[in-house]
Design a protein around this ligand. Structure first.
Ligand code: ADP
Ligand code: MG
Ligand code: MG
Length: 906
C-alpha cells in the first residue's frame, strides 16, 4: 500500500474552519460546528482537490470511490442505518461548497438514497406515507434537473397536471396517492429524456450526484459570478455528504435561516425566517411565505431557546455576525450550515463597535471589519429610507449614489431634454459620452461592473446601475418594460440607486448623507446621539486616527474648499492648484501676457495679476492657519488660457471678408497658431511653461510670499510650501528653485522678517522618479502626481482611453481595476518605491506625499502606507476615507505579512 496516497475525504469531526481551501467554506464551518458539539447531522466532505483532479482529468481520481465507501460505512454505523435500505433507510444530501461563498450558483441534491423499495421503508419508519412519497418526488425532480440535465419545466408541467386533476392549488394539498402518481410521471420523464430508468442503486445515485456537483463548478452562472467577484476559476468546489434530517415531517417540523444580528441595519438581536413543515430549499424557493423567526418562540419554544443558545455560541466563537441554516425534525433542532454573514455598509460599522463593546474583539480587529469603500457608500446621498417605493427591477450597482430624472433613450435626447435625466440604454458605447455627461445617472440592461457605462460613470462620479437584465429596453420605441408589466416611456420619471442596484418608477425622495452632515458639523449633539450608525462611524474614525501613521491632506484650491477639507479632518493642503486664478474674468490678462511685445508690457500685466493672486492666497492661508499648504505653480498648457483656434480663425476670416480686421485678433490668432499642440498633455506645460514665459513664476511666488507676510503681520501662522510641477530631472528643478529662492529672499528683505517656505517638486514623470536621488539633493519635499505618472508610465492619455478601450481591457483581464482609480502597484508603484528609496537615501528627512486622486482610494492608501510615504492628499470628500484606510493599513501592517493587501491584479 502506498502510504502517501492522496487523501480526498474528511469526516466532519476531522476538519476545522482554517481549512477552507481544502474543505470549502461550508465544509470547514460544518466541521467547526461539529467540534463545538453543536447538533450537526453527521457527514463527510470530499475535498476541492478531488474536484480539481476531476475537472482536469475528466474522471474521479483513483481511490476516491473507495474512500467515499469507507466514510459512508462509518456514517451508516454512526446512525445505525444504511443508505437507501429497504428498511429504515438513511438518506443523504450532496451539497456543493467552495472556498468563497457563491450563493445559489452551484448544485445541491437532497434525499439521495430513495428508490422504489426504500420509499416504503421511509414511510414505515416515519409513520407517514405522504412524507415519504413527497421526498421521493423531490429527489427525482432535483436529481433529474441537476444531475441528468432535464429541463425543470417538464417536471413542473407534470406536477401541475396532477394538481389540476385533483383540484388542489398547492403542493401541500396532494395526498400520498397523488404523490405516487407524480413520481410515476417523473420517472416516465426521466426514461424518455435519458433512455434509461431513474437509477435505483443508492450508491450510484450518490456517485452521480457528486460528479454533478463537481461539474457545476464550471456552469455558466458560476463562471459569471466568479468573474464579477474576482474569485479564481481554478479553486474547485468541495462536496459535502450529509445525513438527511427532515423539516417536512408535519407541523412540529420545519426549516429556517437566521442571522445572529440584523445584517441590513446592524441592530442587535436575532433575525430570520421560519417555514413549518418544509424542506430547506422551500424557504428560498418562495412557494410559501415564511414567518419571522420570532414566531418560532410560540410554535416550538424549546427549539427556539436551543437555537438562540447555538447562535450565541457561534457568535462567541467566530466573534462576528453569523448566519445559519437550521431544520427542526419533530421537535429536534439540527444545524445545517453557518458562516460569517454578509452585511451592509451601515451594519458593518455598527457591528464593529458592538463586538468591540461586547469584549469579543479588540480595536485593531474592529478596524479590520470596516472599509473605506463602505464609508464611501455611507457618504453618498441616499433615497429616503422612509419612502415606501418598491423597485421594479434590480441590477448590478456600478457607481454609488441616488439619481432621479426623466428616462431618455439616447445621447441626443439626454442633451436636448430640460431638467435632470437618466440615460437608459441596453449598453453604452463611446458615442453615448455626451449623454452620460448630461445625465444624472445611467441605467443599462446589459454588462457588469466593468462595462463601458460602469467605468465611465464611476470616473465621472455619476450614479450607475448596469446589467438590469429583467428590463426590456427598446431604444427605437423609446421605452422599457419591467417584469411586472410597468412600461416607462421617454420623459417618465425614474429613480436609480447605484448603491443597491434598485430601479424605481417615479421619483423617490433623495436625502443628504447623515454621515456627511456629521463630518461637516451640521448636526447637533441630539441628532448625533440618536443615530447609531453615526455613533459607530464617529468612533471608528477616532480609532483610525489614533492608529494611523500616514498624514491625510486635502486637494483644495479655494478658501471655501480649504475650510471644508479641515472639517473633514484634513491636516493641511497637499495640492493647491493655481490655474483657476487665471481663468474666468482674469483670462484676458494671460492673453495680454502672451501678446506682450516688450518686457515692460509684460511687467505691467504681471503687476495687475499680482494683487489678485495675493488675495487668493491670504484666504487659503487663513483657512489653513498653522497647517501646511502646498501650492503648485502654474501647470496646464498655455493654450488652455487662449481662445479656441477654430473659433478665432473663423472670426478673423469673417472680419477679413467684411474688410474690418481687428489687429488684436490677428495677433492673437498668430499666437494661438504658434502655441497649438498635437498632444498638449505632453507639450508646453508645468515647469517648461515657467521656464519659457519669464516672470510668471516670479509673480506667483511673490504673491505667495507677500500673502504669507500679510498673514504673519495679522498674527497668523502661514505654512506655504512651493511645488514645481512636471519636472523631468534635477536641471529643471534647480533653475526654478533658484528663481523661487531669489523672490522669497527679496520679499523677506522688504518685509523685514523671515518668510519660510519649503521648496519641493512633484514627481509625475518616469524620468523624475528615476533621477529622484539627484533631485532630492536640492528639493525639500516630493509629492507624487500619480495621475500624470500613470498616464506617462503607461503612455496613454486618460481622456482618450477611459471611454474607448478600457472596457475591453477589463474584459480581457488586463486590468482588475482602473489604474486611474487604484494605483497600478507593480508598474507605477515601482517608480514610486524607487523615488522614495533614492530620495530618502540622499535626504533622510525628505517629506513625501501623494496628491493624485489615488490618495483617497482604499487599496492605494494601503500601498502608500507600506512604501513609507508621510501623507496622502485627496479631495476633501475623500479625506475621511483616507483617514480610515490609513488607520486600517497601520494595524494590518503590524499584523504581519499575511495581512498584506491584494496585489494590483487579483
Ligand atoms: P446552498 O449553498 O444553495 O444554500 P445547500 O447545500 O446549503 O445549498 O442546501 C440547500 C438547502 O437544503 C438548504 O436549505 C439546506 O439547509 C438544505 N439541506 C442541505 N442538506 C440537508 C440535510 N442533510 N438535511 C436537511 N436539509 C438539508
Ligand atoms: Mg446553504
Ligand atoms: Mg500633473
Amino acid at each position: 500500500m502506498n502510504e502517501t496516497r492522496q487523501r480526498y475525504v474528511y469526516g466532519f469531526a476531522e476538519g476545522d474552519m482554517d481549512h477552507k481551501d481544502l474543505l470549502g467554506g461550508k465544509g470547514a464551518n460544518l466541521a467547526e460546528m461539529t467540534n463545538l458539539g453543536l447538533p450537526v447531522p453527521p457527514g463527510f466532505t470530499i475535498s476541492t482537490e478531488a474536484c480539481r483532479r476531476f475537472l482536469t482529468d475528466g474522471k474521479e481520481p483513483p481511490g476516491l470511490a473507495e474512500e467515499i465507501g469507507e466514510h459512508l460505512k462509518r456514517l451508516e454505523s454512526a446512525r445505525g442505518m444504511r443508505l437507501g435500505a429497504a428498511d429504515n433507510p438513511m438518506l443523504v444530501s450532496v451539497r456543493s461548497g467552495a472556498k468563497y461563498s457563491m450563493p445559489g450558483m452551484m448544485e445541491t441534491v437532497l434525499d439521495i438514497g430513495l428508490n422504489d423499495a426504500s420509499v416504503d421503508g421511509l414511510a414505515a419508519a416515519a409513520g407517514d406515507e405522504r412524507f415519504a412519497w413527497d421526498s421521493y418526488r423531490r429527489l427525482v425532480q432535483m436529481f433529474g434537473a441537476t444531475v441528468l440535465g432535464i429541463d425543470p419545466g417538464e417536471f413542473a408541467t407534470a406536477l401541475d397536471e396532477v394538481k389540476r386533476s385533483r383540484g388542489v392549488a398547492g403542493d401541500d394539498g396532494l395526498d400520498a396517492a397523488a404523490l405516487r402518481e407524480v413520481v410515476a410521471a417523473y420517472k416516465r420523464i426521466v426514461r424518455e429524456a435519458t433512455g434509461r430508468d431513474f437509477p435505483q442503486d443508492p450508491r450510484e445515485q450518490l456517485d452521480m450526484a457528486v460528479r454533478a456537483v463537481f461539474s457545476s463548478w464550471n456552469i455558466e452562472r458560476a463562471r459569471v459570478y466568479r468573474a464579477r467577484e474576482h474569485i479564481p476559476h481554478d479553486l474547485g468546489t468541495a462536496v459535502n455528504v450529509m445525513s438527511m434530517v427532515f423539516g417536512n415531517l408535519g407541523p412540529d417540523s420545519g426549516t429556517g435561516v437566521a442571522f445572529t444580528r440584523d445584517p441590513a441595519t446592524g441592530a442587535p438581536g436575532v433575525y430570520g425566517d421560519y417555514l413549518a413543515n418544509a424542506q430547506g430549499e422551500d424557504v428560498v424557493a418562495g412557494t410559501r411565505t415564511p414567518v419571522p423567526l420570532q414566531e418560532l418562540e410560540r410554535i416550538d419554544p424549546a427549539s427556539f431557546e436551543e437555537l438562540l443558545g447555538v447562535m450565541s455560541v457561534l457568535e462567541g466563537h467566530y466573534r462576528d455576525l453569523c448566519d445559519v441554516e437550521f431544520t427542526i425534525e419533530r421537535g429536534k433542532l439540527w444545524m445545517l450550515q453557518t458562516r460569517v454573514g454578509k452585511r451592509t455598509a451601515a451594519a458593518a460599522f455598527r457591528l464593529a463597535v458592538q463586538f468591540l463593546d461586547d469584549g469579543l474583539i479588540d480595536v485593531k480587529t474592529a478596524l479590520g471589519r470596516v472599509t473605506g469603500e463602505q464609508l464611501v457608500q455611507l457618504m453618498f446621498p441616499q433615497f429616503d429610507p422612509h419612502s415606501d417605493g418598491e423597485p421594479i427591477a434590480n441590477g448590478v450597482p456600478a457607481s454609488p449614489g441616488a439619481a432621479v430624472g426623466a428616462a431618455v433613450f439616447d445621447s441626443a435626447a439626454a442633451t436636448r431634454h430640460e431638467g435632470p435625466v437618466i440615460l437608459v440604454r441596453r449598453e453604452t458605447s463611446p458615442d453615448d459620452l455626451p449623454g452620460i455627461i448630461a445625465a444624472e445617472g445611467v441605467l443599462t440592461s446589459r454588462g457588469g461592473k466593468t462595462s463601458h457605462a460602469a467605468v465611465v460613470a464611476r470616473g465621472m462620479g455619476k450614479t450607475c446601475v448596469v446589467g438590469t437584465d429583467t428590463l426590456e429596453v427598446d431604444a427605437e420605441e423609446r421605452r422599457f418594460t419591467a417584469p411586472d408589466g410597468t412600461v416607462v416611456r421617454e420623459g417618465d420619471l425614474i429613480s436609480i440607486d447605484g448603491t443597491t442596484g434598485a430601479v424605481y418608477a417615479g421619483a423617490i425622495e433623495v436625502v443628504p448623507s447623515a454621515v456627511v452632515e456629521y463630518f461637516e458639523g451640521r448636526l447637533d449633539a441630539d441628532e448625533r446621539h440618536l443615530d447609531p450608525v453615526l455613533q459607530a462611524v464617529a468612533r471608528m474614525m477616532v480609532y483610525a486616527d489614533e492608529h494611523r501613521r500616514l498624514g491625510v491632506h486635502a486637494n483644495a484650491d479655494t478658501p471655501a474648499d480649504a475650510a471644508r477639507a479641515r472639517q473633514f479632518g484634513a491636516e493641511g493642503i497637499g495640492l493647491c492648484r493655481t490655474e483657476h486664478m487665471f481663468l474666468g474674468e482674469r483670462r484676458h490678462h494671460v492673453e495680454e501676457l502672451i501678446l506682450a511685445e516688450s518686457a515692460a508690457e509684460q511687467d505691467k500685466v504681471l503687476a495687475e495679476l499680482l494683487p489678485m493672486q495675493l488675495g487668493d492666497f491670504v484666504g487659503i492661508f487663513a483657512a489653513m492657519d498653522g497647517l501646511p499648504v502646498t501650492i503648485r505653480l502654474i501647470d496646464p498648457p498655455l493654450h488652455e488660457f487662449l481662445p479656441d483656434f477654430t473659433d478665432l480663425s473663423v472670426k478673423v476670416a469673417l472680419a477679413e471678408e467684411r474688410g474690418a480686421v481687428d489687429g488684436g485678433d490677428v495677433r492673437l490668432l498668430q499666437a494661438v497658431r504658434r502655441l497649438h499642440e498635437q498632444n498638449p498633455m505632453l507639450g508646453l506645460r508645468g515647469v517648461r511653461l515657467g521656464l519659457v514665459v519669464p516672470g510668471l513664476v516670479a509673480m506667483q511666488v511673490r504673491a505667495i510670499a507677500e500673502a504669507a507676510a500679510a498673514r504673519i503681520r495679522a498674527g497668523g501662522d502661514p505654512r506655504p510650501e512651493i511645488m514645481v510641477p512636471l519636472i523631468g530631472g534635477p536641471e529643471e528643478f534647480e533653475l526654478m528653485r533658484e528663481e523661487i529662492q531669489r523672490v522669497l529672499d527679496d520679499v523677506a528683505e522688504t518685509a523685514g522678517f523671515a518668510i519660510s517656505a519649503k521648496i519641493g517638486t512633484m514627481i509625475e514623470l518616469p524620468r523624475a522618479a528615476l533621477t529622484a536621488g539627484r533631485i532630492a539633493e536640492r528639493a525639500e519635499f516630493f509629492s507624487f502626481g500619480t495621475n500624470d505618472l500613470t498616464q506617462t508610465t503607461w503612455g496613454f492619455s486618460r481622456d482618450d482611453v477611459e471611454g474607448s478601450f478600457f472596457p475591453v481591457y477589463f474584459e480581457k483581464g488586463i486590468f482588475a481595476a482602473s489604474p486611474f482609480e487604484s494605483l497600478d502597484e507593480v508598474g507605477v508603484g515601482r517608480l514610486v518605491s524607487i523615488a522614495v528609496d533614492e530620495g530618502r537615501a540622499v535626504r533622510p528627512d525628505l517629506a513625501i506625499g501623494v496628491c493624485g486622486e489615488h490618495g483617497g482610494d482604499p487599496s492605494s492608501v494601503r500601498f502608500f502606507d507600506r512604501v513609507g510615504l508621510d501623507y496622502v492628499s485627496c479631495s476633501p470628500f475623500r479625506v475621511p476615507v483616507a483617514r480610515l484606510e490609513a488607520g486600517r493599513a497601520a494595524v494590518a501592517a503590524k499584523a504581519g505579512p499575511d495581512a498584506r493587501p491584494r496585489a494590483a491584479k487579483r
